[in-house]
Design a protein around this ligand. Sequence first.
Ligand SMILES: Cc1cn([C@H]2C[C@H](O)[C@@H](COP(=O)(O)OP(=O)(O)O[C@H]3O[C@@H](C)C(=O)[C@@H](O)[C@H]3O)O2)c(=O)[nH]c1=O
Length: 181
Amino acid sequence: MKITATKIPDVLLLQPEVYRDERGFFLETYREELLKAHGLELNFVQDNLSKSQQGTVRGLHYQIEQQQDKLIMVMQGRILDVAVDLRRDSDTFGEYTATELSSEAKNQLFIPKGFAHGFSVLSEDALVYYKCSDYYFPDGERGLYWADPELDIDWQVDDPVISEKDQHQPRFKEIANKDLF
Ligand SMILES: Cc1cn([C@H]2C[C@H](O)[C@@H](COP(=O)(O)OP(=O)(O)O[C@H]3O[C@@H](C)C(=O)[C@@H](O)[C@H]3O)O2)c(=O)[nH]c1=O
């Protein structure tokens, strides 16, 4: 497993070892001790799977109570995975990092607590699977508007498909301090 930092040092790109033979391939999608060796003591308690059509943008989401570390991988297709730093004492507060993840590359993104997360679907559809370190808690769920001009994220999709909820999320400037980290 190769682990490298993205342009936001706490958001990590993971590249598991892929073993290929005449049957196909094999890889370990998660191995606790490897992340521990990298200083990450995680306790994943919930796994999620979503399928989305091309052009979908899901996010940007985070939880202020029951904060979640997330480990994201793509089982089918290609996505642009985005993390926005909402930690007020961070050098990269208000900045984002965008990483292409795909079933072909078999790469993964680790996003710690303190970030809003979202992704767009670049392929015909995408199956996205991710591990979370705390449970879904709707009352503590918060969002950030995906198309906030201040963030100016290039989602690399035309005619985005967005949930009703995500069309009405607050802009970065509108987020109260109590809803930041
Ligand atoms: C996220 C989530 C949703 N749900 C339900 C609530 C709702 O009825 C339905 C769809 O929920 P949403 O529209 O919020 O799904 P979605 O937009 O895919 O939400 C997810 O987006 C990505 C970017 C994340 O990072 C996740 O943490 C999560 O917020 O699924 C759960 O039961 N458990 C969960 O953990």
